[in-house]
Ligand binder design. Structure first.
Ligand SMILES: NC(=O)c1ccc[n+]([C@@H]2O[C@H](COP(=O)([O-])OP(=O)(O)OC[C@H]3O[C@@H](n4cnc5c(N)ncnc54)[C@H](OP(=O)(O)O)[C@@H]3O)[C@@H](O)[C@H]2O)c1
Length: 313
């Protein structure tokens, strides 16, 4: 990459903006890296690195690409200020996938081993022994086989789980039984004793975790949602838990974040709440990923994470 490119960091939160400015200046010392909230000559900026809302984006009139620090870009695509003709690149970072693999493995194993119910027994000082199933007797279903889902599916096969996956177009993953498209969703759900949602939020996937979906899972299934809060119809989950159709849920993402005080999920005995921490973009490796994406774009290639704005992810 020869010319001295200009890059602006557009992040509302001042502390977070500073961290990313430093990381990017370290990653590309020859480029001009500015705080996008108060940059001069915005029309000469080549790349904007964005977190959260795209406010102020319309000042940057000659962009070569917009790079989002998040893996999901649903909120960016909803922004009326987003210039549709500029390539949008989302974060695809090995560190991000690694974090998700650890989170999903932990919570799949928790449900698999009945940890939530053992913890309830402990609180009630009840000595209840049940022989747990082994991983090879358990099927885990992964919705979404992208950067996150495929890494999680592969790792879960290494624990010995039977793993089924579902995506829009058919994937091929060693050791994973794959399903594709709406018409194959029922067959996928019928096998998923522990269901993990790692879908992007699009018009096709909003509210997908609803009463109909719960009813198609094996009785007593568990649900883990680490994708987006709007995938889940909250009242439908509560009803399915009450009815015993679903035995437990681990939720990292919510329709309203932070999850409001007094929300029924906080106290529910069968729900584990984590505060949107399944996987975080780390400035060190994240800045390197941004530079890789830009270099590949400048070389005329299609960078990893290039968003298909038509498909919405
Ligand atoms: N909680 C956290 O901390 C955290 C951290 C990172 C990411 N996330 C979330 O994790 C999710 C996945 O991220 P990612 O980077 O893995 O996304 P990705 O690489 O774009 O993968 C998305 C996957 O979902 C599939 N898909 C999309 N629409 C579908 C549909 N209508 N029906 C069936 N499958 C569909 C895609 O199918 P194709 O393969 O056919 O395209 C692909 O396999 C996002 O929602 C992101 O926001 C959360």
């Amino acid at each position: 990459v020869s010319r001295r490119y200009r890059l602006a960091v557009l992040i509302e939160d001042a502390d977070r903006a500073r961290v990313w400015l430093e990381a990017l200046r370290r990653a590309v010392p020859d480029w001009q890296v500015d705080d996008g909230r108060r940059v001069a000559a915005a029309d000469q900026v080549d790349f904007v690195v964005l977190w959260g809302r795209a406010e102020g984006l319309s000042r940057f009139t000659h962009l070569r690409a917009i790079l989002s620090l998040g893996a999901g870009v649903d909120h960016v695509l909803r922004d009326p200020d987003l210039p549709r003709e500029v390539p949008l690149i989302r974060m695809v970072d090995p560190g991000l996938a690694c974090g998700m693999v650890e989170y999903v493995s932990c919570h799949v194993l928790r449900h698999h081993l009945g940890a939530p119910s053992l913890e309830r027994s402990q609180r009630e000082q009840r000595w209840t022994t049940v022989t747990p199933q082994l991983a090879h007797e358990r099927t885990v279903g992964i919705m979404g086989l992208g950067a996150m889902g495929s890494a999680c599916a592969t790792r879960l096969t290494q624990f010995g789980f039977q793993v089924v996956g579902w995506s829009r177009t058919r994937k091929s993953l060693a050791g994973v039984t794959v399903h594709a498209g709406r018409h194959e969703l029922p067959a996928f759900l019928a096998r998923s004793e522990i269901l993990v949602c790692l879908l992007p939020l699009t018009e096709d996937t909003r509210d997908i975790l609803d009463a109909g979906l719960c009813a198609r899972l094996p009785r007593g299934a568990a649900i883990i949602n680490a994708a987006r809060g709007e995938h889940l119809v909250e009242d439908d989950l509560l009803a399915a838990l009450d009815a015993g159709q679903i035995s437990g849920a681990t939720l990292d993402v919510f329709r309203v974040e932070p999850l409001p005080q007094g929300h029924p999920f906080w106290q529910h005995p069968c729900i584990s709440v984590t505060p949107h921490v399944a996987s975080l973009t780390r400035p060190g490796s994240g800045a390197q990923s941004i530079v890789r994406s830009i270099s590949s774009l400048l070389a005329g290639e299609s960078p990893p994470g290039l968003v298909n704005q038509e498909a919405g992810y």
